[in-house]
Design a binder for this molecule. Structure first.
Ligand SMILES: Cc1ncc(COP(=O)(O)O)c(C=O)c1O
Length: 354
């Protein structure tokens, strides 16, 4: 029976390994770049006050109009330039299904692993243009690759997960000027970098900027993402998007977050201060090389195989991410936690590497 089912699967998906998420209840969790601070109780109360009698009985607004209006205020763009999704992951897949299937998609490893997985699910051909030694994207090489292949989409991440560096504005504009496809700029961590290319959207109709409520706004569990692009791109995406992709509760929660921005801004500043502190602590550990980051996580290299460090930290009940791979030899990624979590992590790491 299992054999029969396997035969029925699309041949190009037979060897795909399902995305695995480690589950260690009670451990210090610094592996998924989530917001370490409890969600504000003041904002939570406000969300529940707003939940009305019809919130759950009716289908949600397919266009998330109220949320998009609020996002227009937050991003400085028009509601028509915004599409909300069930996490930004869903929007990456929607974009690839709409534009990528059967064509080429450029990614710049080391980068966020879901681009390659979603490209494969969408039946697109992934073209890899590795980043330079300092992890900056190799813009001239991307332009050459985009011209050589039937490339529909270039995906860049800024700040890049897991390396933490931002792509220059000039680089984004050069890509848009010198290639003919869409450019997806994933700004999941933009609030921690303090800079964004969202304002380029009105000037470049092939630019798509992707954002999320999962990181700076602490809503990872409610799955809210959005993209910013030209109305023509959005009208094509609507052909593929599930009509009721973003549930009513999440729409309401994200809207309420935008009505309380100072609460979240204060947490973002605490995380940025924590990043600075953690960077210096890691730098002091003999044999550890830590890379500068504009996101809410840090990439570091150790003298030991990454798997030994990962497992050693698990013995201290600390969970981080092993990102070992080409260009990231002996590297791990840790997200900035609360000061107490950071302290426990640093002490555990000193113990593991010494
Ligand atoms: C670069 C990047 N893009 C997108 C996502 C997905 O975020 P969401 O929770 O909005 O699906 C992540 C999550 O870690 C990420 O690191």
């Amino acid at each position: 029976m299992a054999e029969r089912v396997r035969d029925l699967v699309r041949p190009d998906l037979r060897d795909l390994i399902p995305y695995a998420v480690p589950h260690y209840p009670g451990y210090i969790k610094l592996d998924a770049n989530e917001n370490p601070y409890d969600f504000s109780s003041e904002v939570l109360i406000r969300i529940f006050q707003k939940v009305g009698g019809q919130t759950f009985t009716r289908y949600p607004d397919p266009m998330a109009a109220d949320l998009r209006r609020a996002l227009a205020g937050y991003t400085g763009l028009a509601p028509g330039n915004i599409l909300a999704g069930n996490g930004s992951d869903e929007l990456i897949l929607t974009l690839l299904l709409t534009f990528g299937s059967g064509g080429g998609v450029i990614i710049t490893p080391p980068t966020f692993s879901m681009y390659k997985i979603h490209a494969r699910i969408a039946g697109a051909v992934t073209v890899e243009v590795p980043r330079l030694k300092d992890f900056a994207p190799d813009v001239p090489a991307i332009i050459r690759a985009a011209r050589a292949a039937d490339v529909k989409l270039v995906i860049l991440c800024s700040p890049n997960n897991p390396t933490g560096n931002v792509v220059s504005r000039d680089g984004v504009e050069a890509l848009l000027s010198e290639t003919a496809g869409l450019v997806l700029l994933d700004e999941a961590y933009a609030e921690f970098a303090g800079e964004s290319c969202a304002d380029l959207v009105p000037r470049y109709p092939r630019l798509v900027v992707l954002r999320t409520f999962s990181k700076a706004f602490g809503l990872a569990g409610l799955r809210v993402g959005y993209l910013l692009s030209d109305e023509t791109v959005i009208s094509e995406l609507l052909k593929v998007k599930q009509p009721f992709n973003l549930n009513a509760f999440s729409q309401l929660a994200a809207l309420t977050v935008l009505e309380h921005l100072p609460v979240f801004e204060e947490r973002i500043q605490r995380i940025i201060a924590g990043r600075r502190e953690l960077y210096h602590r890691l730098k002091e550990i003999p044999g550890v090389e830590v890379f500068p980051s504009r996101a809410n996580f840090l990439l570091f290299r150790t003298p030991l195989p990454a798997v030994s460090v990962y497992e050693g930290l698990l013995k201290h009940r600390v969970l981080i991410r092993n990102v070992e791979g080409p260009g990231l030899e002996r590297c791990l990624r840790v997200n900035v936690g609360t000061p107490e979590e950071n302290e426990t992590f640093v002490k555990a790491l000193v113990d593991v590497v010494s």
